[in-house]
Design a protein around this ligand. Structure first.
Ligand SMILES: *[C@@H]1O[C@H](CO)[C@@H](O)[C@H](O)[C@H]1NC(C)=O
Ligand SMILES: *[C@@H]1O[C@H](CO)[C@@H](O)[C@H](O)[C@H]1NC(C)=O
Ligand SMILES: *[C@@H]1O[C@H](CO)[C@@H](O)[C@H](O)[C@H]1NC(C)=O
Ligand SMILES: *[C@@H]1O[C@H](CO)[C@@H](O)[C@H](O)[C@H]1NC(C)=O
Ligand SMILES: *[C@@H]1O[C@H](CO)[C@@H](O)[C@H](O)[C@H]1NC(C)=O
Length: 173
């Protein structure tokens, strides 16, 4: 009888759970802890609530700043220009431009071509396409301003244009 009485509550909880799962628009990698997952979601939501790539940096900085909880060390690749077909308001696009690791240019510049950086977009990584000092590229895009912003928990690098995860995100290139 106690269990029957609780049935509506259980159904409500189930409904809420399903709603949360189905409204999660970008699949985040399973390697994150629950706290890191929540942090990542907040950061992505803040970034895509602006309208442009230019809005990303402020949202990224402000959200990281206000989250006093467990820190998610991360690196943002901030596109300098926009490109038709790659939308700054897409959670998938935003998730693909964040690596959940602290990677200064000193770290990245040591990587060999075809090395991959895991991103917050589950199953998608960024590939090193040219590691020459004069033209270091990831996914074929120049890192135009390395170490634009560096703190103990986040790094921002400016890139010449947005990454295209449809083309480079899979491991099979
Ligand atoms: C973030 O990186 C710093 C090194 O800069 C490290 O000491 C710290 O443990 C890292 N934090 C997390 C949550 O991984
Ligand atoms: C970008 O995405 C938003 C929201 O999904 C949509 O309203 C807008 O039309 C898209 N813009 C382009 C250029 O695709
Ligand atoms: C990045 O480089 C610093 C300094 O060389 C090093 O301490 C750190 O472990 C490196 N981080 C990663 C993720 O390789
Ligand atoms: C890498 O970039 C350098 C400088 O832009 C260029 O000279 C070189 O040909 C590139 N290498 C490859 C494999 O594309
Ligand atoms: C992204 O890559 C896909 C797959 O290669 C391609 O069809 C699409 O045109 C590319 N988008 C842009 C904006 O380059």
């Amino acid at each position: 009888m106690a269990s029957t009485k609780n049935l509506p509550l259980l159904l409500l909880l189930l409904l809420i759970t399903i709603t949360i799962i189905t409204t999660t628009s970008s699949p985040l990698p399973p390697s994150l802890s629950v706290e890191q997952y929540k942090t990542a979601r907040k950061i992505i939501d803040a970034m895509i609530s602006g309208g442009s790539f230019e809005d990303w940096s402020e949202a990224f900085l402000a959200t990281n700043d206000e989250l006093k909880g467990p820190v998610l060390n991360s690196t943002l690749f901030l596109p300098k220009t926009s490109v038709e077909g790659i939308n700054a308001t897409s959670p998938l696009v935003a998730a693909y431009h964040i690596v959940p690791q602290l990677l200064g240019f000193n770290n990245i510049s040591l990587m060999k071509p075809f090395s991959r950086l895991p991103t917050l977009l589950s199953g998608n990584s960024i590939v090193v396409t040219n590691n020459s000092a004069s033209g270091f590229t990831l996914d074929g895009v120049l890192i135009s301003e390395p170490d634009l912003f560096v703190s103990p928990s986040i790094v921002i690098h400016r890139i010449a244009s947005p990454f295209n995860f449809s083309r480079y995100g899979d491991d099979d290139i």
